[in-house]
Design a protein around this ligand. Structure first.
Ligand SMILES: [Zn+2]
Length: 462
């Protein structure tokens, strides 16, 4: 498959060199619930991973940031973990455990596959110290009152990922640089100014790792010096990923990742998502409003991962309906029993679907092909052979989209009620047949009369 590489600003083919594709995705900072903006990134990454898995083995590492992610990207402000602890009057460790659990529960609801390795920053302090020491040995670091810093002027290509204008950054730098030599320099290790809940000994003094060094150390520990794909939200481009590249490549002399993949933002009703303004939803909040996690997953997949996506509750409702349409289509195909040959048009739709996914995970185009197939099939398909082909296709596509609902069943009694009702309709007793329809609706079973018979479903259009 081809994937757009932010670094080269072009699409690249994935998995050319080896059978195994190594993916690192930046995980959550576990100081609060994930919001729909965070979740969009994880869903998009999961969709892409599942597309790759059709043809390759995938080794996927995701981190849990449970220390060192400061409120400000410029290495100032409080550690988000300690902030969460203060807010909830718990220890930073309790906060980390609680929100890690919440995050994993969200992932499961969204059908996001677990990574091969899920690693906590606090379990890898030794590896981080080792990486900082090797950068020190190579002359990339300097000490300030505040900690150990990376000297970005020593890394030739600094800022290339974001096409950062270094001169401009230097000229526009704020007066308060602390002890930093360049505006873009960043902390590898920060000293504890006062006693912290999370702190460790290091060759430079008691303190904690910088957020960026965490990802580099863990990614390289589990995946080696060069990854195939490093992924995250576009907000990671100018600082976090830029710094990950500088420190990793300075330490190894090798390219850190062949492809940098970034997922665009979500807007909420046209506005930027902001935690401080309360302008966001969590997955649980959407569920409380009666939406399913599957609908949110589908909504994410219905726009391209590199396009900004405007989230609205109406859009989510449409997604819920689209899921119903796909599942009705799937069920209808299972009922077709006619003879006849396979319709050739089906494989054309199928081809279009997979080609779209292989081309930079173009999920909206793929879904377009799927709905094209559904419209065509609902009108023209009545042979079991064709229907079988469509069923297989939908089950295959489901491995990427996760849109099929688990089998729904009705009791024998309910099935008999439907049969009775059909007899009544045939004999023209519409009053009695309508009574049965109402009774079934009270049980959450909805009927649809079609020329080939009556179908039931367990949902109603919202
Ligand atoms: Zn990261």
């Amino acid at each position: 498959m081809k994937l757009f590489d932010t670094f080269a600003r072009k699409k690249k083919i994935i998995g050319l060199a080896s059978d195994e594709v190594k993916i690192y995705t930046c995980g959550p900072t576990v100081y609060d619930y994930a919001h729909i903006g965070n979740l969009r990134t994880y869903v998009a990454e999961d969709v892409i991973k599942r597309i790759i898995e059709r043809k390759h083995r995938v080794k996927h590492v995701m981190n849990i940031t449970d220390v060192g992610h400061l409120v400000s990207d410029s290495d100032s402000g409080e550690d988000k973990m300690e902030l969460g602890a203060k807010r909830e009057k718990k220890t930073a460790w309790e906060i980390a455990n609680f929100y890690t659990e919440q995050f994993l529960a969200d992932m499961e609801k969204l059908n996001i596959k677990k990574p091969s390795i899920l690693c906590k920053a606090t379990d890898h302090i030794k590896e981080m110290i080792y990486l900082v020491a090797s950068l020190e040995k190579k002359g990339y670091t300097y000490l300030t009152e505040d900690g150990v810093y990376f000297d970005t002027s020593k890394f030739k290509d600094y800022g290339r990922l974001a096409r950062l204008d270094k001169e401009g950054l230097e000229a526009g730098k704020r007066v308060d640089m602390g002890g930093k030599r360049n505006a873009t320099d960043f902390a590898l290790w920060k000293f504890s100014k006062e006693k912290r809940q999370m702190e460790w000994h290091s060759p430079w003094g008691i303190g904690f790792p910088g957020w960026h060094i965490e990802c580099s150390a863990m990614a390289m520990k589990y995946l080696g010096k060069t990854l195939d794909i490093h992924a995250g939200g576009i907000d990671h481009i100018p600082v976090h990923h830029t710094n990950e590249i500088a420190q990793s490549e300075a330490a190894t002399g090798k390219k850190f990742s062949k492809v940098w993949m970034h997922v665009a933002f979500i807007l909420l009703e046209g506005k930027k998502i902001s935690k401080s303004l309360g302008n966001y939803y969590t997955l649980s909040q959407l569920e409380e409003k009666g939406f399913s996690a599957a609908a949110f997953r589908y909504l994410c997949a219905s726009s391209h991962y590199r396009s900004e996506m405007n989230f609205t509750l109406d859009g989510l409702r449409d997604s819920e309906n689209a899921l119903h349409t796909i599942n009705d289509f799937y069920r209808r195909m299972k009922e077709i029993k006619g003879s006849g040959n396979e319709n050739r048009k089906i494989s054309a739709y199928e081809k279009k679907f997979w080609a779209a996914l292989e081309d930079d995970a173009n999920t909206p185009n793929a879904l377009g092909a799927l709905f094209g197939m559904a419209r065509f099939a609902n009108k023209n398909i009545n042979s079991e052979k064709s229907a079988r082909k469509i069923i297989e296709f939908l089950e295959d596509a489901d491995k990427v989209f996760c849109f099929l609902e688990s089998e729904e069943t009705i009791s024998d009694e309910e099935a008999n009620m439907i049969k009775e009702r059909e007899k009544m309709r045939k004999s023209g007793d519409y009053m009695a047949s309508d009574e049965i329809r109402k009774k079934l609706a009270e049980r959450g079973i909805y009927l649809e009369d079609a020329p080939e018979g009556t179908r039931w479903k367990k949902h109603e259009k919202r």
